[in-house]
Design a protein around this ligand. Structure first.
Ligand SMILES: *[C@@H]1O[C@H](CO)[C@@H](O)[C@H](O)[C@H]1NC(C)=O
Ligand SMILES: *[C@@H]1O[C@H](CO)[C@@H](O)[C@H](O)[C@H]1NC(C)=O
Ligand SMILES: *[C@@H]1O[C@H](CO)[C@@H](O)[C@H](O)[C@H]1NC(C)=O
Length: 360
């Protein structure tokens, strides 16, 4: 019996010894990372125009320049998402790709009533990752056979948050996604996963699920970091940040989002917590760009963590505009000193309550 279990535990999983995980630029498995893909405005003469990025993974003290480009299979994003294409067909994996602007053509299903939400879930029988991101038409379907980064994601700034979770956590991830009502454009959840992650299985089989209009839940990463996932559906019908995230985190928020849409919500200081629209960002402090060049959706507390709150960073799906009050989507928040510092420094200029530009 002992011998048998020893033997079983020594066998590589799915014929591949590397666990499904977020990976960093060095090719090491990492518990989580944040990536800031920079807009073309930065480094306009470089051949990697619009493909360069900053990276911060667990344990790093702030942003580092990305090792290559987001289109390379050897960078953090390529290595992480690339696991979808490199797993042999015999590997027991489950995955969900969802995007309101799905590849290859970007068609929007049913007139934008589904979630405004983008991401990748990939796991095996032990663990996997959830990648929350903002890039249209990304990533390619599994049948494409290889990883690449689309032209549609180059011009503007984009954000990525990858978190590695143990198998048990993916049922809760699936329940949050059910609330978000995503457009799933490629997925597989083999029968052997159905009992451990029924929410992902139902989503992949397009079973209709009656989910709550919103729910927040703590999701602890494989390495023990707590993230709070906020998920809302169409029925929520309110601004994610002002009506819910700020009061729940007991924190004012500075919010970066895509401002090139109709019905943009101005900074709102009406009830308790102030939620300010960011106007200009400078992720690494050496150059800055207007939020009209940045498709990222993130929020940061203006103050550092203290007994009364603060120190939060959220990365997610939702812009502050009228249409997205009635769309599903969410954000994933963490209170980490290094991450907070990195995003707080990036918020340069904000819209004051009542209008006008002020330093954030
Ligand atoms: C990253 O992986 C390399 C081997 O690929 C190893 O030498 C190095 O120590 C690892 N670094 C960390 C921080 O784990
Ligand atoms: C990414 O690389 C592929 C080659 O692997 C190339 O065909 C494609 O044009 C590149 N995409 C971008 C956005 O540069
Ligand atoms: C849903 O959002 C409201 C704020 O609009 C909040 O008060 C409530 O606690 C949320 N519900 C859950 C289950 O998180």
């Amino acid at each position: 019996m002992f011998f048998l279990s020893l033997l079983v535990s020594c066998l590589p999983q799915g014929g591949d010894a590397s666990p499904i995980s977020c990976y960093n630029d060095q090719g090491n498995a990492t518990d989580w990372f944040y990536m800031y893909k920079l807009p073309t405005e930065h480094g306009s003469k470089s051949p990697d125009r619009g493909l360069t990025y900053l990276l911060m993974d667990k344990g790093s003290e702030g942003w580092s320049d990305g090792k290559g480009t987001v289109n390379e299979t050897t960078g953090a994003l390529g290595r992480t998402v690339g696991q979808l294409y490199s797993q042999g067909t015999k590997a027991e994996i489950a995955y969900i790709l969802y995007n309101d602007e799905k590849p290859p053509e970007g068609a929007r299903d049913d007139g934008g009533r589904r979630g405004h939400t983008k991401g990748v879930v990939l796991l095996d029988k032990n663990q996997g990752f959830w990648l929350v991101h903002s890039t249209p038409l990304f990533p390619p379907v599994r049948a494409a056979g290889r990883y690449w980064y689309p032209d549609s994601g180059t011009k503007n700034g984009q954000n990525f948050l990858c978190v590695t979770f143990p198998l048990e956590r993916f049922q809760t991830v699936g329940e949050q996604l059910q609330i978000n009502q995503p457009i799933v454009y490629d997925c597989a959840v083999p029968q052997s996963f159905a009992s451990s992650v029924p929410a992902l299985a139902a989503m992949c089989n397009e079973k209709h699920i009656k989910a709550a209009s919103n729910r927040s839940v703590t999701l602890t990463s494989k390495g023990g970091t707590d993230f709070i996932s906020f998920a809302k559906g169409a029925a929520f019908n309110d601004d994610l940040y002002h009506s819910w995230v700020a009061p729940t985190l007991h924190s004012d928020l500075l919010v970066q989002f895509w401002v090139n849409s109709p019905g943009i919500l101005p900074s709102n200081c009406k009830q308790g917590w102030k939620v300010l629209d960011i106007l200009r960002v400078s992720p690494d402090g050496t150059f800055s760009f207007k939020t009209s060049k940045d498709h990222s959706k993130w929020a940061v507390s203006p103050g550092a963590a203290s007994a009364s709150g603060g120190g939060w960073v959220c990365v997610g799906d939702i812009n502050r505009n009228e249409a997205e009050e009635k769309r599903g989507g969410g954000t994933v928040c963490q209170q980490d000193a290094a991450v907070w510092k990195a995003y707080r420094k990036a918020a340069l200029e904000c819209q004051a309550c009542g209008g006008g530009a002020v330093p954030c």
